[in-house]
Design a protein around this ligand. Structure first.
Ligand SMILES: [Zn+2]
Length: 152
């Protein structure tokens, strides 16, 4: 379990003490953690979904889902991986520098109430609570390949 204070310190430093919404500087003791994808709608309490916010912006935002939540979650996830904040289950076999390289290729997100799935070409990372608990690699069918069985 990650300490709330540690999360706050990390997010504050990562966002350089600037409110993610209005761009104004916030003092550490006045900052709030905003769930970018709203907590009330199942947004994760995780590094990739928490941003530095002033109290006013956090209050005004309420449960609005920002249009760019996917891009922001992906960017912040990459950041958290680079910063060594994302842990892996013991059966997820990938070394840190390969994981960093892989996350650079993430293109999209699927999410449900339980977890977030980050997907890139040929792979999926299943993430819950700042932890990759499953990694799936799959072969991609090339979109323009003509795969037709041959008959004699
Ligand atoms: Zn603000």
């Amino acid at each position: 379990m990650i300490q709330k204070k540690n999360i706050k310190e990390y997010v504050f430093n990562r966002d350089k003490g600037i409110c993610y919404h209005c761009g104004k500087p916030v003092r550490f003791n006045k900052m709030t953690l905003d769930h970018y994808f709203p907590k009330s709608l199942g947004g994760a309490e995780a590094y990739y979904n928490l941003v530095c916010s002033c109290k006013t912006c956090n209050r005004l935002k309420k449960s609005v889902v920002p249009k760019d939540w996917m891009t922001v979650n992906i960017e912040l996830f990459k950041c958290a991986v680079v910063d060594g904040k994302i842990t892996k289950a013991s059966d997820v076999y990938i070394v840190q520098n390969q994981l960093v390289a892989l996350t650079q290729k993430i293109e999209t997100i699927f999410r449900n109430k339980v977890n977030t799935v980050f997907e890139g070409p040929g792979f999926r990372l299943y993430v819950k609570d700042n932890r990759i608990y499953k990694m799936v690699k799959f072969h991609q069918m090339e979109a323009d390949s003509n795969f037709e069985p041959e008959f004699e």
